[in-house]
Ligand binder design. Structure first.
Ligand SMILES: [Fe+2]
Ligand SMILES: [Fe+2]
Length: 303
């Protein structure tokens, strides 16, 4: 039986829509205790999920806008690689003046993704072939610890949460984070779960890998300044090193091979990059706005 939702006049980036979407997607990951796992493929629920996705994707398409004719996946990736000399933004703020309390809030926002790091993109594996597939899996192999459970990036982030005196349980902070934090994860799940969005999923993945090393380096500097535990620093230090290699592989092998074989996907790759920019900027702006006005960026107080 179809489950309908009144999505008229709903905020496409709001908490109602994104908590509902997040719950639908979670059925494809680890599910919920005491919830029948067969809900994952319940046609009625999939109808609801599609209704929510339509609202979200329409807003993304509207807000990202039409790609410039001259833009290509490679040119957009080139522009991502250029770091401004006097940059500003969240990682700069945390490096230069953020407090330990703000850093702990940042960890909580990111816990929704990093405790399942790599998983949303892994849906891409059967959707790629040849060189793109081989290179993509090589990168994911690192994300998943290169054969060692203690090196899973998901595990490294749990260690980081433990080191910061936070709860490292999976989705422990679901009720603490605002819509902006759920939106960044829902975007990856939406792209990953739809074969039609494989170009966008590749763009999202490429953008993640390309922008990670400099941002991670600033977080290492921030954490050193704050005297944080080694386990907190390790997660970001790992990303400075590993993602510098991943960046090259994703550009030259994953994206280049995909669009060589299927040139029409080039604009989808660009859309994936732009959509990620948009949702990441919204999350950063939310944190900065809260902190500048002296408030917590979370919906509940951390203990
Ligand atoms: Fe990682
Ligand atoms: Fe990476």
């Amino acid at each position: 039986m179809r489950i309908d939702a009144p999505v008229v006049n709903v905020d496409p980036y709001g908490l109602d829509l994104h908590l509902a979407l997040h719950v639908c997607y979670e059925l494809h990951y680890r599910g919920f205790a005491d919830v029948d796992a067969r809900w994952e493929w319940d046609a009625g629920l999939l109808h609801l999920r599609a209704t929510l996705e339509e609202v979200f994707e329409a807003a993304l398409r509207r807000d990202v806008g039409e790609a410039d004719e001259t833009e290509t996946a490679q040119s957009v990736m080139d522009s991502l690689s250029v770091e401004p000399v006097d940059g500003e933004g969240l990682s700069y703020f945390l490096r230069d003046e953020g407090t330990w309390e703000q850093m702990r809030e940042y960890f909580v926002h990111r816990s929704i993704y990093h405790l399942k790091e790599g998983d949303p993109h892994a849906w891409l594996i059967p959707r790629l072939g040849g060189r793109a597939k081989a290179a993509f899996v090589a990168i994911e192999y690192d994300e998943f610890g290169a054969g060692r459970a203690e090196r899973l990036h998901q595990r490294l982030f749990a260690d980081l949460l433990d080191g910061a005196g936070l709860d490292s349980g999976y989705l422990s902070y679901l009720d603490f984070v605002p819509a902006e934090s759920l939106v960044v994860v829902n975007l990856m799940s939406m792209f990953g779960l739809h074969r039609a969005s494989r170009g966008a999923a590749v763009g999202h993945f490429a953008s993640t890998e390309i922008t990670s090393p400099p941002g991670s380096y600033r977080l290492v500097q921030a954490l050193e300044r704050m005297g944080a535990a080694t386990s907190c620093i390790r997660f970001y230090a790992e990303h400075v090193e590993a993602d510098a290699v991943h960046e090259q592989v994703v550009r030259t092998d994953v994206v280049a091979d995909l669009v060589d074989g299927e040139p029409h996907l080039d604009r989808d790759v660009v859309f994936g990059i732009r959509a990620r920019d948009l949702v990441e900027d919204r999350l950063s702006a939310h944190m900065m706005k809260s902190w500048v006005s002296g408030h917590s960026s979370l919906r509940r107080t951390l203990v």
